[in-house]
Write a new protein. Structure first.
Length: 384
């Protein structure tokens, strides 16, 4: 069996984090989402994997080339929809295949379930079904896919993961999106079986990454590399990468993953459900918890960073605080209520004594000292 992964999209609702990388490459528990999918396929014995790339394609190709798993890459030059992306790979499809989005987490057991079926979709019961394709199911078979309805008729949604035969390609026609082609196949008389997934997770909005990160960290493998001071306290499942230094009197409570060549402490606290990328520096007397700190970021001393995503290359000044609160945001025209500390984009510079209150800070923002930041801040803004 083959697998086709669609990883050409940008993931606009995940901005500012997808300004410089496609959604499939956003690291969660220090691995791109795409890599979890590839490895789940490999564990099920699927070795013929095709990945369709487009937006920021060089990053995806570079990462795939670094994996030990052989992957064929197809380029979608213009992002004209998921059906068009699949058509770009049609010449490589020789038989039954799995179709998967490259920006959703799926576990190995769910792949094993759907591999046993032909013409099937993995399903999930979701509390917010209007963000997805809602499935109308009767006697275990899908009757229709209703894509992102304003009023959902049910809670069972499509994960976007299908087991299909090559005949499905005939239904792509001039369609731009996969759900339309699926509906055309159903109308033509093909039965599409609904198969419940074991574990599937999608990050629609930036703060969803915190939930996804916490879930994936449950499977972190304990590893001790680098230099760890004898006075450091480590409890739970904690992975520390090569070249990383953990300074004296620091405490790390797992599940936590820390990348390579980081400098942490002394006198720091890293609380559970935290991922710290490669080459991150965390200055003394700082606390971090339930957060994602992406590669090359720096967190100043005496800071308290919780429920936050800190982008690549960002420098957060001394005595910074994130304050989780509930606020309504407008994302791509939708009003969304969310509670988190801060989403901070790439290459942000904040001076000391700043407070981040449930805010989304764009890329390349400069913030002078002592400012309280809330709401949405556009790319390139200077707060004085």
């Amino acid at each position: 069996m083959q697998a086709v992964i669609l990883a050409a999209g940008e993931g606009r609702r995940l901005r500012p984090l997808t300004h410089a990388m496609p959604k499939a490459m956003v690291p969660v528990a220090n691995r791109p989402i795409l890599e979890y999918i590839v490895r789940a396929l490999e564990k099920n014995g699927i070795r013929e994997i095709i990945v369709v790339v487009g937006y920021k394609k060089e990053q995806v190709i570079r990462h795939l080339n670094g994996l030990e798993i052989p992957v064929k890459v197809v380029v979608q030059e213009r992002q004209l929809g998921t059906a068009h992306a699949l058509k770009c790979a049609a010449h490589l499809i020789t038989g039954d295949f799995l179709l998967l989005p490259g920006d959703n987490y799926i576990d190995t057991a769910s792949i094993a379930r759907i591999m046993k079926e032909r013409n099937a979709v993995l399903t999930w019961d979701h509390p917010h079904p209007s963000n997805f394709g809602v499935l109308m199911i009767r006697d275990g078979s899908v009757q229709q896919v209703i894509e992102k309805p304003s009023e959902a008729p049910g809670f069972t949604v499509s994960t976007g993961i299908f087991s299909l035969g090559p005949a499905f390609l005939d239904f792509l026609g001039d369609e731009t999106e996969i759900p339309n082609a699926i509906n055309a196949m159903i109308v033509a008389g093909t039965n599409l079986k609904a198969v419940p997934a074991e574990d599937w997770q999608d990050a629609i909005y930036p703060w969803d990454l915190l939930r996804l990160n916490a879930a994936l960290l449950q499977g972190v493998r304990q590893e001790r590399a680098g230099r760890i001071s004898s006075s450091v306290v480590i409890k739970g499942q904690v992975s520390i990468g090569r070249g990383t230094t953990i300074g004296p009197n620091s405490t790390i409570l797992g599940p936590v993953i820390i990348g390579e060549d980081c400098e942490i402490g002394p006198n720091c606290v890293v609380l559970p459900e935290t991922s710290i990328g490669d080459r991150v520096r965390i200055e003394p007397f700082t606390l971090i918890g339930h957060s994602l700190i992406l590669a090359d970021a720096c967190i100043g001393s005496h800071a308290r960073i919780t429920d936050a995503v800190v982008g690549t290359g960002t420098q957060v000044g001394d005595h910074a605080t994130t304050s989780p609160q509930r606020t309504i945001f407008s994302i791509e025209g939708e009003l969304i209520r969310a509670k988190f500390g801060a989403i901070i984009g790439d290459n942000v510079r904040s001076a000391p004594f700043c407070v981040f209150k449930n805010c989304i800070v764009g890329n390349n923002v400069h913030i002078e000292d002592g400012k309280t930041v809330y709401g949405e801040v556009s790319d390139g803004t200077r707060i004085i």
